[in-house]
Design a protein around this ligand. Structure first.
Ligand code: 2BA
Length: 94
């Protein structure tokens, strides 16, 4: 199994969650804040079987796009979604 941690721009979180649930994936939504820009984001925890990872990544990709943000004199590109995909030992519901 894998745990996908997806840090998503707030603007896209509703549609990502809608698309995930329509495709029968479970997700936990956490409110988060970027360390650099200090602006709000959404972090999703999504536990899936290994063979489902690509499908979930594609669903997220379809709903998100990057944006340019000005910070002081600089401009940064914030990804629509930043994904961390971790090996997961197991999942138990008790
Ligand atoms: P923030 O930390 O608020 O970063 C927002 C954007 O600012 C980043 O976009 C990147 O383009 C830029 N940035 C971040 N740190 C920087 C630095 N030290 N110097 C110059 N520019 C910097 P993304 O890379 O798309 O990241 C979006 C959000 O995803 C981040 O928000 C953070 O909350 C999370 N994130 C990205 N990479 C991460 C990582 N390796 N570990 C943990 N969280 C990460």
């Amino acid at each position: 199994m894998k745990l996908i941690i997806a840090i998503i721009q707030d603007d896209f979180s509703s549609r990502v969650i809608k698309s995930l649930t329509e495709n029968k994936y479970m997700a936990t939504k956490l409110s988060s804040t970027g360390g650099f820009l200090k602006s709000g984001s959404t972090t999703l925890l999504i536990g899936v079987e290994d063979e489902e990872v690509d499908n979930v990544v594609n669903i997220i990709k379809e709903q998100c796009k990057d944006k340019r943000v000005t910070k002081g004199r600089d401009e940064v590109i914030v990804g629509g979604a930043n994904l961390f995909i971790l090996d997961m030992y197991g999942y138990n519901k008790m």
